[in-house]
Structure formats: structure tokens, C-alpha cells
Design a protein around this ligand. Structure first.
Ligand code: F6R
Length: 616
């Protein structure tokens, strides 16, 4: 939520910052704004709506040249998305500009105190109070902006990344971080601050993870990081392994389409080097010891949205392979129901961004109860992996479209790998059995490619259902999370009513939704491998058809028994049951993307959403 960029160096700061904002716009697009310092004068431009509105404003009302700038794209929390509430916010002297990601929980108290002191606030945001507080603290801190920031953040409660500049300090950008992401990019004679490395990878790949409760002072040739008290902080440097091209559209009209088509590669990358020559699984970065793994009595997958659906698949895979009892829990519900956790519980947090606040809070709660925490994450340097005991990285590369696609598939691969690994260590599973699944996984990229060949047919199908009032998705076993994922994609992109159900649950209520002509998408299990389940799903298909539904069946190659029950068939390659989500989800992603495009929606930036949800 909210994208932040700061720059100080030797280039035209404004273009560096606007370019960074473009790469971060997926984090929020309610408004955008920038501030520059030139000749000891602060200048701000900001505008409600997408970044292009700001660019138009900058065209009509240009800013002076500057080598220092900050910029922000907003996902609104406090205050509607209008020009006044857009960041940066300034203090009464108009010398300090502040941008913010997160929520300052005690802002009402602080606002009241400021108003009592005679300060007139000009926005409804929680951020503006920080600009005024910095103004109060600046003289008391010997005109040291970093020290002023330390004094201010000690007064704040909540989650925040704050970045500020001062007109009298033309070579200083100051940032502070608590529970919200902020990464430093180290260049040559220039330095960067951003919510995500994507903002600066075209300039530098050398980065520093800012830890919890740290303040950074950025100059063109120096980066100084302290804790909130001013003591030097321990930090971790890393080299970003994405290249700048990965964060561009690469010939596609949409990031989402590009990312759908990147799935074979993303899956293949996530599998690279996972099998040793002697057939043993290798999960290098997964640092739980054999003793710790042997000690696990229960696994709880926690995640949100699409990542939650991969957690559901994780439960099926983990119980099937390792026989460890599993639960799957929405991270936003987890800590509020006082879950039973102890040292023998492993909490597996799944998160593309590694910054989702609900998931972060869930793992903190788990740790406080003595549980071990393992993160499955796509983003190096993010908070969730950093705060976990172990990590398994998916290697999907940057996912820019707000709707998750390649991250989901790589998460499914990760939970499968983890399940097999635990099975190998705990049950002494024969390597031949594991090798067989790994061989199948090795071929899955090719199979996803085959599914992608159905893209045009799926797009045609989308045209037929453009005016549907509602779309239902049903499946059994791992087909159920796939159904949920299909429905989620349709809601968030096409803004259509869509529901995913466990097919067996239909008769317990949802079947009442079936009316003439309603499209029902069915994920059909393998007739070769799951005969009993297949029969049950065929019965469910008949039940909905008898009531007028139009059926769109996702069916494996060679299953002809199903043809008579289908209004439309989308073929997927044959896989083993637990791997079917890796191919069955793909046409559903294409379907939603196509419907949203037909309806003229902004597919990469759907309304009301942001990619990285850093508030609870
Ligand atoms: C849906 C989607 C979201 C995310 C969810 C968790 O397409 O992208 O539902 O899956 O917000 O995000 P991460 O994985 O970053 O924790």
C-alpha cells in the first residue's frame, strides 16, 4: 500500500523519482505527488488519481531542476483520494515535505495537540501531523532532520514508513521504518530509498534492508542508519537478483498477461537446483534443522487472498506426503481467535510481497507463542522472511499486476517441495517416489505452456459471458482452492459477482443460486487417478445443468466421458492430482483478464485495490 521513492544524487531527481513511482504504482493509485528542493526552496506538485494526472500537472506547471526529490503513490486510508489528501504533506513553514505509507494510530491525539498549539491542518490525513511535528522538533534537534525524525517517530504508534526532506538541507533525505517496508539503494554518487527495489533496479542492484524501528539519513555519498534512539543500527546488504527488464511489460499490453505468460519460467526457476544427484531434495535457504523438522506436530499455513489458496493446496500436499496434521488459516483471523500453538507447531506464512500486514502480525503472534515460523516468499529483503526462522523463496521475479498469477503458481510449487522434503526427512520416503514427483514437476513448465496455447479460445469464451450477472466456480479436493482462486480473480478484475464452492457443498445451499443460463466453471478431477471423485463431480455437473446452468469444464486431456455434460470444454494436460492446480488455474486467470479487458477495466490496477496490503 502506497509507493514511496526518495532520491539524492547527481541526476535530475524528478525523472528518477517519477520513473520509480511508475514502477511502484501497483502499490496504490488514488493519487500521486512529488517534492523537490532547489535553492533552499521546497516545491510540491500532487494530484488525485493515477500517476499520469501528476505527469500532466508537471507538464503544465514544471518543477525547477533538482538533485533531490521524494515521491509517493497513494492507497487511501485516512481521507478521501483528493488533491489535498495526496502526499507529500508540508508543514506550516512550507520547508518540510513528508510522504508516508501505513497508519499512524494515535493521529487523532496528535492532531488535537497540534490544533491546540494553533496549527491549521490542511488535509484529513494522518501523515500531515508528521510534517508539523518535524517542524517543531527541527530547531530542538540543532537543525538535524534525521534527529528530528527520531524524536517524532518515538511519539508515533502504528505502522509507518516515513520519508522527509527539508528546504534547508538540499543533500539530505531522511526515512524511518516501523512495520512497513523501506529499502535503501546504494549507487555511485547517488542513493535511493523506496518501498520496493523495483523503484531503483534500473540504477543500482545494491540494496540494504532497513530493519524494524530504524531511521536512515541519505546523502549523495553516504548512508547512515540508526535505531529510533540514534544508536548505530545493524543492517544487511544484499544484491537484487531481478533485472530491470523483469519489471517492464516486455511487449505485452498488460503486466498481468505478461506475468501469466511468464509462469512456465517462474515455475522452472523455483525448481532449479532442488534435487541433488543422489535424488535427495535440496532446499538450501530453508534452514530448519532435521531435529526441528522431526519435532513438528502440527503445521498451520497462514496467508491472505490468493496466497491463502496456495496454503489450502499446501494442506492437501503436506498431509498426503508428510502425514503431518495441517490447518490453513486466513492470516487476518489467526491471532484473534487465540490459536493453540507451541514449540512443536510450525507456522508456514505464504506471501508474495513478504509485507502483508495481516500475515506479518500472524507470524509475530505465532512466535510469541513459541511456534517456529517458515516463510514462503517471493521478495528478498521483505519483512516476513526477515522475521521468520526459515525461508523458502519462490523465484517468480517481480509481480507488478495487482492480481497475483505467477506468484500463486510458484507458491504451489513451494508447498509441494516443502511437503516432499518433510516426507523425505520424517518418513524416509523412498527417493524413487520423490524422484517421480520431481520428474513430473520438471515437466510442468512445458505443460503450463501447453495450457497457454488455449488462451485465444478462452478469450473467445469470455466474450460469450461478458454480460453474465454471476459466475460460479466449483471443484473438489485441490480443485476447490482452484475454484476459489478463479472466483477471486473474476471479482477483483471484472468486478463481477463470482463465488467458488466445494462442489459437494452445492446441495447444502449454494445450488439455490443456479438459474437459467448462469455459467458454472467446473474443475474436473482426473478420471484416470480419481475415479470416485470424478464420478461425484459428474453428478454435481448434472445437478447444475438440470437447473439451467451453462457448464464450462476444465478437464484433462483424454477424458471423453465428460463431453456430453459440457457446454464448453477447456483441456488441460494430464498431471497427478496434487499438481493439477498448476495447470487448471491458468485458463481461469486468462478468463478473468479477458473479461476485465472486454469490460474496459484497468486490469493491472483494479479499483480499490493495492498490491501490497501493509495495513490490517
Ligand atoms: C489477489 C491477490 C491478493 C494477494 C494477497 C496476499 O490476486 O493478489 O489476494 O494474494 O493480498 O498478498 P501477499 O501474497 O503479498 O501476502
Amino acid at each position: 500500500m502506497c509507493g514511496i521513492v526518495g532520491y539524492v544524487g547527481n541526476k535530475q531527481a524528478l525523472s528518477v523519482v517519477v520513473e520509480g513511482l511508475r514502477r511502484l504504482e501497483y502499490r496504490g493509485y488514488d493519487s500521486a505527488g512529488v517534492a523537490v528542493v532547489n535553492n533552499k526552496k521546497l516545491d510540491v506538485r500532487k494530484k488525485a488519481g493515477k500517476l499520469t494526472n501528476l505527469e500532466t500537472l508537471l507538464g503544465n506547471d514544471p518543477l525547477p531542476d533538482s538533485t533531490i526529490a521524494i515521491g509517493h503513490t497513494r492507497w487511501a486510508t485516512h481521507g478521501i483520494p483528493n488533491d489535498a489528501n495526496a502526499h507529500p504533506h508540508t508543514d506550516v513553514s512550507n520547508e518540510i515535505a513528508v510522504i508516508h505509507n501505513g497508519i499512524i494510530e494515535n493521529f487523532s491525539e496528535l492532531r488535537a495537540e497540534l490544533q491546540k498549539a494553533g496549527v491549521k491542518l490542511s488535509s484529513d490525513t494522518d501523515t500531515e501531523v508528521v510534517a508539523h511535528l518535524l517542524n517543531f522538533e527541527y530547531p530542538k534537534s540543532n537543525n538535524d532532520l534525521a534527529e528530528s525524525m527520531r524524536r517524532v517517530v518515538r511519539k508515533l504508534r502504528g505502522a509507518f514508513t516515513l520519508v522527509a526532506v527539508h528546504a534547508q538541507q538540499p543533500d539530505v533525505v531522511v526515512g524511518a521504518r516501523r512495520n512497513s517496508p523501506l529499502v535503501v539503494g546504494r549507487g555511485n554518487g547517488e542513493n535511493f530509498l523506496a518501498s520496493d527495489v523495483a523503484a531503483f533496479i534500473s540504477h543500482t542492484k545494491n540494496a540494504i534492508e532497513l530493519g524494524q524501528d530504524q531511521v536512515v539519513e541519505l546523502r549523495h555519498d553516504k548512508v547512515t542508519i540508526t535505531d529510533f534512539e540514534g544508536k548505530p543500527a545493524v543492517t544487511k546488504e544484499f544484491v537484487v537478483d531481478w533485472d530491470a527488464k523483469a519489471a517492464e511489460k516486455g511487449g505485452f499490453d498488460l503486466f498481468m498477461l505478461k506475468e501469466i505468460f511468464e509462469q512456465p519460467k517462474a515455475v522452472a526457476e523455483t525448481l532449479v537446483g532442488r534435487l541433488s544427484e543422489n535424488g535427495k531434495l535440496v532446499l538450501e535457504e530453508m534452514t530448519l534443522s532435521i531435529g526441528e523438522i522431526a519435532n513438528i506436530e502440527k503445521i498451520v499455513f497462514v496467508a491472505c487472498g490468493t496466497a491463502f489458496h496456495s496454503g489450502m493446496i499446501g494442506k492437501y500436499a503436506m498431509e498426503r506426503w508428510s502425514r503431518i496434521p495441517c490447518e490453513v488459516e486466513l492470516a487476518s483471523e489467526f491471532r484473534y481467535r487465540d490459536p493453540i500453538l507451541n514449540q512443536r507447531t510450525l507456522v508456514v506464512a505464504i506471501s508474495q510481497s513478504g509485507e502483508t500486514m495481516d500475515t506479518l502480525m500472524a507470524i509475530r503472534h505465532a512466535k510469541s507463542q513459541g511456534a517456529r515460523v517458515l516463510a514462503i516468499c517471493n521478495t528478498q529483503g521483505a519483512t516476513i522472511p526477515r522475521e521468520s526462522d526459515a525461508v523458502l523463496y519462490t523465484r517468480g521475479g517481480p509481480e507488478i499486476a495487482v492480481a497475483s498469477t505467477k506468484a500463486f503458481l510458484t507458491q504451489v510449487v513451494a508447498v509441494e517441495l516443502l511437503s516432499l522434503y518433510f516426507a523425505e526427512l520424517r518418513l524416509d520416503k523412498p527417493t524413487t517416489e520423490i524422484k517421480q514427483v520431481m520428474n513430473e514437476l520438471a515437466n510442468i513448465s512445458h505443460q503450463i505452456d501447453v495450457v497457454l496455447d488455449t488462451t485465444d479460445a478462452v478469450k473467445e469464451l469470455a466474450k460469450k459471458y461478458m454480460n453474465a450477472q454471476s459466475v460460479l466456480f466449483i471443484g473438489r479436493h485441490v480443485g476447490f482452492p482452484v475454484a476459489l482462486e478463479g472466483a477471486l480473480k473474476l471479482k477483483e478484475l471484472a468486478y463481477m459477482h463470482a463465488e467458488g464452492f466445494a462442489a459437494g457443498e452445492l446441495k447444502h445451499g449454494p445450488i439455490a443460486l443456479i438459474e437459467d443460463g448462469i455459467p458454472v466453471v467446473v474443475i474436473v478431477p482426473s478420471v484416470r487417478l480419481e475415479k470416485e471423485l470424478h464420478e461425484k463431480v459428474v453428478s454435481n455437473i448434472q445437478e447444475v445443468r438440470a437447473r439451467g446452468a451453462r457448464t464450462i469444464l476444465i478437464v484433462e486431456e483424454g477424458d471423453d466421458s465428460i463431453i456430453e455434460f459440457a457446454d464448453h470444454i477447456i483441456r488441460i494436460p494430464q498431471t497427478s492430482s496434487l499438481l493439477q492446480p498448476l495447470v487448471a488455474t491458468v485458463p481461469l486467470q486468462v478468463f478473468s483478464c479477458a473479461l476485465a479487458t472486454l469490460k474496459g477495466h484497468d486490469v493491472d490496477q483494479p479499483r480499490n485495490l493495492a498490491k501490497s496490503v501493509t495495513v490490517e
